[in-house]
Design a protein around this ligand. Structure first.
Ligand SMILES: [Zn+2]
Length: 238
């Protein structure tokens, strides 16, 4: 069953279905509210629940509104691109040789074929960003392995839609989102440490939090920083 409830100026869609717990979500880009609730729950109870979460709903909506949205990139001269949290302006050059990227003090040079498409340019830059990330990660892993007391078998850098990183507990592998190359390097370090701690403790329980606090007392600050910065996708999990 579907219904709508109004909470002041907020309209929430309610879906009653065969579930055990209430789920309340705030969706980008406009902060649309949706509540899934168990079938047997009355609309009045759903409303009471939503009212108790009103502060949280408003916080989430505010967060979504304040987040700078990244417009689609066109890979043309003068466009802003990021590496390690620093902004660079794009300079596009046409070349007959192999396409490549050059990092200057304030510019990122994209050397591309005269007939290169937006997709080709995007792919070139993404590959380059992945390489930047790949070369930054080993020293971070080497720094944290003895501190945390865990070994990373392998790490992978890849495009990920909704996460900054993930790990395979059994194999001892960690995976990192290519987008991290655009963030300040301490954000990358936080995600590396987070995933390494997951190799010891899978869930975000008290033990996990304690391990994070011990190893990286400022981890919450880095997490905030990641959330504060422009994002391409919402509802990041990590
Ligand atoms: Zn996690």
């Amino acid at each position: 069953m579907e219904a709508q409830i109004t909470l002041g100026d907020i309209v929430a869609d309610v879906i009653l279905k065969d579930i055990k717990n209430v789920h309340l979500s705030v969706y980008p880009p406009n902060g649309h509210v949706r509540i899934s609730a168990p079938e047997r729950m009355s609309i009045d109870n759903v409303r009471a629940y939503a009212v108790s979460k009103l502060r949280w709903i408003k916080q989430q909506q505010k967060k979504l509104q304040s987040q700078e949205r990244i417009t689609p990139r066109e890979y043309v001269n003068g466009e802003s691109h990021y590496l390690w949290g620093k902004r660079y302006l794009l300079h596009v050059f046409e070349t007959a040789t192999t396409p490549h990227v050059v990092l200057r003090a304030r510019h990122l040079e994209l050397h591309v074929r005269p007939d290169s498409t937006v997709e080709k340019r995007a792919e070139l830059l993404e590959t380059w960003l992945r390489q930047q990330l790949k070369s930054a990660v080993p020293k971070l892993i080497a720094k944290w392995e003895p501190k945390i007391g865990v070994e990373v078998a392998n790490f992978y850098v890849q495009r990920m839609k909704t996460k900054w990183g993930s790990c395979s507990h059994e194999k001892g592998n960690i995976r990192l989102n290519t987008e991290l190359a655009k963030k300040p390097v301490e954000c990358l370090e936080y995600i590396v440490v987070h995933e390494m701690v997951h190799l010891i403790e899978r869930s975000h329980n008290e033990r996990f939090i304690n391990l994070m606090n011990e190893n990286m007392p400022k981890w919450k600050f880095y997490r905030e920083e990641l959330n504060r910065l422009p994002v391409r996708h919402e509802d990041w999990q990590y």
